[in-house]
Design a protein around this ligand. Structure first.
Ligand SMILES: *Cc1c(COP(=O)(O)O)cnc(C)c1O
Length: 376
């Protein structure tokens, strides 16, 4: 937790649950990525946290933006982003969304299949397009594979056709999976996609851009490699493949930029045991999977939790949300241990909760209000 957030929480008795985001930390994270990959242009993945305060801070730093919908494009424009700094990076777009984006001046679009390419040709003539390639997502705590991406063979065919369809075949992209904890995944993907890049260039396609996607990990309960390791591995792999003829490089970080800039403050609603002699206590918080912690699905993302009793003796717990839904369990198998003293009414903090939380909150499931947000 940043000192600024700690002070803010100490000074205000905020109603819980709430998310507090330190915008200076957002800036630091942006600058860290810019430092380790100075040749890459940063397109912030807006869906990780689309708050206007976050977007405005990033616009001020010269960031570009990766948008998942026309609504996110509007949010970027409202925050002061120029349309030529926005990429419509979703591969699943309604024709009307493509047309609106194009009319708003957006000129860069992703696709991963023939039908989407045809939609782009019809609704965004002459736009720059890039094809997303299916790559291994091993090592990612929140994998994205199989839902997105073309095989190398299909991507080759589509990129060869794009020019004849009146589009500008601009580049190739991949995503190694979110919360990617290995640098080897980037190296392998760069090797694979780089080979296609070279092959298409030799076939006469005027490709200029390699988009390395997001995936850069945040520190949750378990350690992850330092961000510098990712920068070094990526540059080494790019140089190994392209020598000094590097194409334009793009990265699309979401989680890394905002995750550790945010803290969720929550209250313990109840601590119970299923049986009197059961060593496992059930700790019910006033936030759960429907309150914004959707990434606890499958216990994939494991938040670090601090309590007022830290330093005291610990015991095993299961941790769950407050709703009357059996799926609203955060952690039952992940071996969480919390202080034995923890009780009803205690405030606890979930660290590194600035990414993929605020927008995942339901619209009042069980009557609970959507997560409150404070940007400081
Ligand atoms: C979600 C997404 C990102 C951001 O991924 P992170 O793992 O949060 O960095 C980047 N690019 C695309 C296309 C995405 O869908």
């Amino acid at each position: 937790m940043t000192p600024k957030i700690a002070n803010f929480l100490a000074q205000h008795m905020l109603a819980t649950p709430c998310l507090v985001v330190d915008l200076d930390r957002v800036e630091q994270n942006y600058r860290a990525l810019a430092r380790i990959l100075p040749l890459a242009r940063i397109y912030y993945a807006v869906k990780a946290n689309p708050a206007p305060q976050v977007l405005e801070r990033l616009v001020g730093l010269g960031s570009s933006f990766d948008a998942a919908s026309f609504e996110e494009i509007e949010a970027c424009l409202a925050a002061g982003a120029r349309p030529d700094a926005i990429s419509f990076g979703s591969t699943i777009k309604k024709a009307v969304a493509i047309r609106r984006a194009y009319e708003a001046g957006v000129d860069l679009f992703a696709f991963d299949c023939a039908e989407e390419l045809e939609k782009l040709a019809r609704n965004a003539p002459r736009a720059r397009v890039y094809c997303r390639i299916l790559v291994e997502n091993a090592g990612a705590d929140w994998p994205l594979s199989r839902k997105f991406g073309a095989t190398v063979e299909m991507a080759r065919e589509l990129m060869l056709r794009a020019g004849d369809m009146g589009l500008d075949p601009y580049g190739l992209s991949f995503h190694v999976g979110s919360q990617q904890t290995t640098t080897a995944s980037y190296e392998a993907a760069i090797g694979r996609v780089g080979m296609l890049f070279t092959d298409l260039t030799e076939a006469g396609v005027n490709l200029r851009m390699m988009n390395l996607g997001g995936g850069f990990p945040a520190r949750y309960r378990d350690e992850v490699p330092e961000i510098d390791a990712f920068g070094l591995a990526i540059m080494a792999a790019m140089t190994k493949h392209f020598g000094n003829a590097l194409p334009e490089m793009v990265i699309e970080p979401g989680r890394y930029i905002v995750a550790d800039a945010g803290v969720v403050s929550s209250e313990v609603v109840l601590v119970s045991r299923r049986a009197k002699d059961d060593p496992v206590r059930w700790v019910y918080l006033d936030i759960g999977r429907f309150g914004g912690l959707a990434e606890a699905e499958g216990e994939a993302i494991k938040y670090r939790i601090t309590t007022p009793h830290d330093g005291g003796a610990l015991g095993p717990v299961a941790i769950a949300g407050p709703t009357c839904d059996g799926a609203d369990i955060l952690y039952e198998r992940a071996n969480y241990r919390l202080p034995l003293q923890l009780g009803t009414g205690d405030r606890v903090e979930l660290l590194s909760a600035g990414a993929y939380v605020s927008t995942y909150a339901s619209q009042g499931f069980n009557g609970f209000a959507p997560l409150a947000e404070h940007y400081i």
